[in-house]
Design a binder for this molecule. Structure first.
Ligand code: PGA
Length: 266
């Protein structure tokens, strides 16, 4: 398949770097492109669902997971039953109507939940239309729902060009829980064209970094040259809140699935 496990002393599980803050590097697998990475990931995910039809997944939105989701839909069309899988999405804009085509709820319906046949009672995403006075309760209920599902088995993630995880922008507390947060200006600018002519919401509800780190396993996907700096900072840079993705170095079961362009600076 043309992929290579990078283990050249630069990146590899347990590699000790000169800088004590980067003592442990994550497992990282490099593919020629997003298509090849998504194909392999989908094959592994399908096998996991076959082995455990009640798998609990954490899921991202954005361009990164689209090819993975398309392959999950193909598996459903070929007969795989997704109806007992439970999913928790990372984040949603606030405020936004779920019917708004740029809402992450609409994205999930379109790209995965509906075409793969997930059970609507087992697909969770923060609400973009919860009233301001009910947000704290809503966020606490989201955390409770994750716990009641038995916790997240596999959390899939994308990375922002600024290193964000979900809507946990630079500065976010590594112990944070699901909450209403401000979006970084750059995050809003990247979404501006798809929202035009209406402005991008200024806030979102996101799982906290602390919530994310409780997943038993984390799969980070990063594709394309515009992610190269964020990947380098997350994998090799100093751990700190300036780059939320460096929090993943505090988790024992993380694997990075990157394409050659995103790995170019490693
Ligand atoms: P993308 O977004 O998948 O659209 O690049 C990822 C992110 O910003 O978290």
């Amino acid at each position: 398949m043309g992929c290579a496990l990078r283990n050249d002393g630069l990146v590899g599980r347990g590699t000790v770097h000169g800088n004590s803050l980067t003592m442990k590097s994550p497992a990282l697998e490099i593919f020629p492109n997003a298509e090849a990475a998504s194909e392999r990931l989908a094959t592994e995910l399908v096998a996991r669902v076959r082995a455990n039809p009640e798998l609990v997944l954490g899921l991202p939105t954005g361009s990164t997971p689209i090819q993975l989701y398309r392959k999950c839909v193909q598996a459903a069309q070929a007969g795989l039953d997704w109806s007992r899988v439970t999913t928790f999405n990372l984040d949603e804009y606030w405020p936004i109507a779920p019917s708004h085509e740029q809402s992450f709820t609409a994205f999930m319906h379109r790209e995965l939940w509906q075409p793969a046949g997930l059970d609507p009672t087992r697909t969770f995403i923060p609400s973009g239309e919860v009233e301001p006075e009910a947000i704290a309760l809503h966020c606490a209920a989201y955390e409770t729902a994750i716990r009641q599902a038995g916790g997240i088995d596999v959390q899939f993630l994308g990375i922002g060009v600024n290193g964000h995880l979900g809507f946990n922008e630079p500065g976010a507390d590594f112990a944070g829980r699901t909450d209403l947060v401000d979006l970084a200006e750059g995050t809003r600018q990247r979404a501006a064209a798809s929202f035009a002519p209406v402005p991008v919401p200024r806030r979102g509800i996101t799982m906290g970094i602390g919530t994310i780190l409780e997943a038993r396993e984390i799969v980070m996907m990063a594709f394309g040259a515009d992610k190269a700096e964020a990947v380098q900072a997350a994998v090799q840079g100093e751990v700190g809140v300036h780059c939320p993705a460096t929090a993943l170095r505090e988790h024992a079961q993380v694997k990075w699935w990157v394409d050659e362009a995103a790995a170019a600076l490693l």
